[in-house]
Design a protein around this ligand. Sequence first.
Ligand SMILES: [Zn+2]
Length: 149
Amino acid sequence: MPAMVGLRGYVPGMAGDQELHGPGPERERLPCPDTLETCDQCGVLITDGTERHGSVPDSSAIHPTQPAWDGRRMVVACSLDHLRRLHAQARPFIDAELWAGKLLRALKEARRADQIEVSVAELLDAAGLTPQQMLTAVRWLERYDHDGS
Ligand SMILES: [Zn+2]
């Protein structure tokens, strides 16, 4: 990579024994911070762009702004095998937990918008829940005493 030639010998932490042996293969392919990924299964650092991206079901995963992405957790794996393992090890999906997360996000949004009062109808609309789902979510929150702080 010609763009990196000028950096040789000036990268902090890279000087040392390698300096004596000349630039090795690692020196030629210095990882770019933007492409560094860690396998969620084995923790290996992936620096060559061969990582596999996927998502696993996760009822605790609530996207800050995109309800369509709720219930899915993005994962990175070093191989297809580790991506499959992450799928196989996914925690049990609990609908009530997902609905509780949607409800808490809607309440947080109302607070951020300085709304002093929120009607149940507004909350249902903002959370995208049915009345039964909201009731189940509230019961789940009460049972597990999540204070959100
Ligand atoms: Zn891995």
